[in-house]
Design a protein around this ligand. Structure first.
Ligand code: AHG
Ligand code: MN
Ligand code: MN
Length: 309
């Protein structure tokens, strides 16, 4: 079954506007796949020379993907507003027909683009509202595209997560992972290069994990890829607050809320400090938050190491 057929069959409750948004995402995914399949040969290779609102270097592919997706969404009648990690401020379509707001991280894992490692795109879909600053719990859907050896699109709606593999012969996504539930393997993923910046709670947790002999370490540095492995195999992904970064690195609207929503619909769990990240109302569109997400028992264990745990 193709993604297009699946959406019409299973998400009729979200109406034709939802199907239109998924069509935009599918078209965008094909465009980016075409680009990344020619890594090093395309004009969108390397650093753009610019920086974004987070002070991070913007790659040419970040800028290209951001413009491509944002423009396509603003041209879609279903969309009221768009927010992106790469935009200074969210944009409103002005079409008068839009019923959804979409937030996106157009290219996640930018530091891996040049080395041909997996990268992704993250999206969260919300009902139209006056402000883009909505709780993650109000999402009607969220998901990611993973550009790896195969291109995959996984998305969640309340209560279910399904995954699709792009078939280049048919030029379409085909259902390949039905009703996904988070796995039970014990992989831990964290950038341990930040060890000296970690608070004692993180250090104590990681020391316990390593001393247990039960865990294997895995860390790609592209959140989509790390979360995809965590979802399918099981484990825990952590990007904590530390002594230099009081809110960690990852962005609530563009990375944390969509992937936490998805993980929870697959039976997993997520925590931001001691708070459910989906209960946080973003104070600003570029807000960062600490995050741990993965299989529920591993998140429970992680919580027990928090000072307030
Ligand atoms: P982005 O490429 O959208 O800026 O996101 C990068 C993020 C995320 O993908 C990843 O989990 C994390 O940064 C890795 O950060 P470190 O290099 O600090 O480990
Ligand atoms: Mn990202
Ligand atoms: Mn990004």
């Amino acid at each position: 079954m193709t993604l297009h057929e699946f959406v019409h069959e299973h998400n009729a409750d979200l109406g034709e506007p939802f199907a239109q948004v998924m069509d935009v995402l599918e078209t965008f995914a094909k465009t980016i796949r075409e680009k990344v399949s020619r890594n090093g040969l395309i004009e969108e290779s390397g650093d753009s020379g610019g920086t974004n609102v987070y002070g991070e270097n913007v790659q040419k592919l970040d800028a290209y993907a951001d413009k491509t997706l944002t423009d396509a969404l603003l041209a879609c009648p279903a969309i009221h507003a768009v927010g992106s990690e790469e935009l200074e401020t969210p944009k409103t379509s002005g079409n008068g027909t839009g019923v959804f707001t979409l937030t996106h991280d157009p290219v996640d894992g930018s530091s891996n683009i040049d080395t041909n490692l997996p990268i992704g795109t993250i999206f969260g879909l919300y009902p139209k509202a006056d402000s883009i600053l909505q709780k993650g719990n109000t999402q009607v859907a969220s998901g990611y595209i993973l550009y790896g050896p195969s291109m995959l699109l996984f998305y969640a709606v309340k209560g279910s997560v399904n995954g699709f593999t792009f078939d280049p012969e048919r030029q379409t996504f085909v259902l390949s992972y039905e009703n996904v539930r988070v796995g039970d393997k014990k992989y831990y993923a964290i950038n341990e290069g930040n060890w000296e910046l970690f608070f004692d709670a993180e250090k104590n947790y990681l020391t316990t994990v390593k001393n247990s002999g039960d865990f294997s370490g895995r860390y790609i540095g592209s959140m989509v890829a790390d979360i995809h492995r965590t979802l399918l195999k099981g484990g825990i992904f952590i990007y904590p607050a530390d002594k230099k970064h009081e809110n960690g690195k990852l962005r609530l609207l563009y990375e944390v809320a969509p992937l936490s929503f998805l993980m929870m619909q697959a039976g997993g769990d997520a925590t931001s400090g001691m708070t459910n990240p989906l209960e946080l109302v973003p104070a600003k569109h570029d807000q960062r938050v600490p995050i741990a997400l993965g299989s529920a028992p591993l998140i429970a264990q992680y919580r027990s190491f928090s000072p307030k745990g």
